[in-house]
Design a protein around this ligand. Sequence first.
Ligand code: NAP
Length: 278
Amino acid sequence: MKKTFTLNNGVEIPAIGYGTWQTRDGEGAVEAVEAAIKAGYRHIDSAACYHNEKSVGEAIKNSGVDRSELFITTKVWNPDRGYENTKKAFEASMEKLGLDYLDLYLIHWPANAKQFDNWDEINLETWRAMTELYKEGKIRAIGVSNFLEHHLASLMQTEVKPMVNQIKYHPGLRQEALVEYCRKNNIVVEAWSPLGSGKLMSDAALQEIAGHYGKNAGQLCIAYALQNDVLPLPKSTNPERIVTNLDVDFVISEEDMAVLNAMPELTGNVPNPDEVDF
Ligand code: NAP
């Protein structure tokens, strides 16, 4: 199994990230992130809008694992777009996380044409702030999330190109054209909701295929992303699932990959970045 992905600036990123969306700030979140680090995750995916950066930071501190072994991501939330706001948002996140440098900072969602006439300019201004922070050495890598090709186009013309695009990705939602565009442009694709926010776990077809390898549907979805060269970010607060979601060292057969690739979208929740109004 792939252990790391290499970003276009040479930075290595652990191949499975631990998701933290909907893990409520507080003791439970600290415990969950600590359990994840103890289980072996070295890559934590956080975001300002998850309101749990403080807990993530506390867990990092409690873990006893050297900071240099951990890869920490957070994201600038939508109201904080723009040059000045992004700089402030970054400082606020760093204070909550209790870190003196960040591994990866992402624009959580692109400003879109539905909400802003100057959406492209807003994204570029956010990017300019992130580029400065990157060049100052405060962030090791910068990227985007939920960006479609037309949102990426202007950023691809700037001095520092996006290194990551984090998008919704799971069996039934492959976003093939976008993934191919990212691949061609040396942008690592990360999968959010790699298990379809848990909704795919009861699917009989996935369970059957997982059974071919003595695995569960969660492990199958994680291996599926990796085998398609996409970096999965599974979330679990369940101590057992935190552990099993890392146990994905198996190869899905070509035949099973073909079935998974042809699956319909089953989660019923595919937000369109051009249509969202948040
Ligand atoms: P997910 O990882 O696809 O699924 C998590 C859900 O599945 C939870 O309800 C979890 O419950 C359950 N689960 C986990 N492992 C399981 C297993 N092996 N078997 C059965 N159920 C299992 O969902 P997600 O949180 O939507 O996405 C993952 C991460 O992506 C987020 O946490 C976040 O870091 C990131 N994300 C980013 C964006 C973005 O816009 N950039 C949007 C959404 C998410 P338990 O906790 O009870 O195990």
